[in-house]
Design a protein around this ligand. Sequence first.
Ligand code: SF4
Length: 361
Amino acid sequence: MCYIWKNPTDPKEEVSLDTLAKLPSGFDNLNVSGGEPTLRTDLAEIIDVVYPKARITEISSNGLHPERLLPIIKKYPNIKVRFSLEGNELTNNQIRGEKDGYSIKVAGLQKLREAGGTDLGFAFVIQDENAGQLLEVYELTQKMGFELATSTLHNAWQFYKNDNYFYDRLKVAKQVESLITAMIKTYNVKTWFRAYLNLGLIEKILGHERLIECTAGTDFAFIDPWSDVWACNVRTDLPLGNLSRQPWDEIMNGGLAKKSIDKVAICKQNCWMVTTARTAMRSNLAPQLPKLNPLIWVIKNKLNVELGRGIRFDDYIDYKKVMPNPLVPRTSYLDVKEKGRLVKGRQTHEERYPLRSFMNQ
Ligand code: SF4
């Protein structure tokens, strides 16, 4: 899914605490992601800096070093933590190339809960190799008392990969329906809106347009390891500025940002990642509330399910239209052995992101 590990950054070149301190307060959500955030030896200090700046602070981790998160959870019990989990034990360990990864993260999340953590869960990337286990993993995480965030294969420069496609789009998309129905059946309002987010994933899997237009550069932005700020983490032609050299307001109100935001308005990619989709689903007036379309979909389908009518997916999704995979064909990577290589002193965007073309459809 991702070759960031093959292209590690030199810690000396990575975004510093002083640079992150320049972020203003008042964000709705700040996600400390990677690569792998627990590899930063100063992660606890990073959280000290960003935590007061957002309503929700989140750490997205592979979950292989839960002990490094323990002191953070003890200090900030409501911090959101998600560990990557791609299926049952065998499938997770095979897809992620992790020895004992499954048991380390399940035990690790339980330890974080014992330490006081209140917003803990797993993150599952839906793909051909695990789509059949989606419902089983959802039910398991519910039994354990953890959340399950879902996303699906994307191509992005941040992943150093442009062949993240599906072998059988229709089959994978259909397997998401049962998760959506299970989520709507619950009595948890947040979970109903996660069901809508999964409806958007079906559109993404089939290659259709996004359910809601993207607002990259306006409602969210991405800071890369070199402190460069981008409208999103997919296209390499949407720069906003650099946080180590510029103040935040100058970046967001500058000419570069305006040019990139104009390109976002006509972007043809159909990304539906958790961060971008969740942001798109929120009201412009109050980010805790949903936009009208997700709200209507949730009310209508909750009623349908309660009345025993079920969700009529064909009313929302044109299953007859399944797009072919653009760019390059995907090959199986499950048994591939690869090595990472640290390249120091990468100065230009071209050196940092050698793959220039990333297409999501
Ligand atoms: S839709 Fe376009 S602008 Fe939005 S996240 Fe995807 S590539 Fe970026």
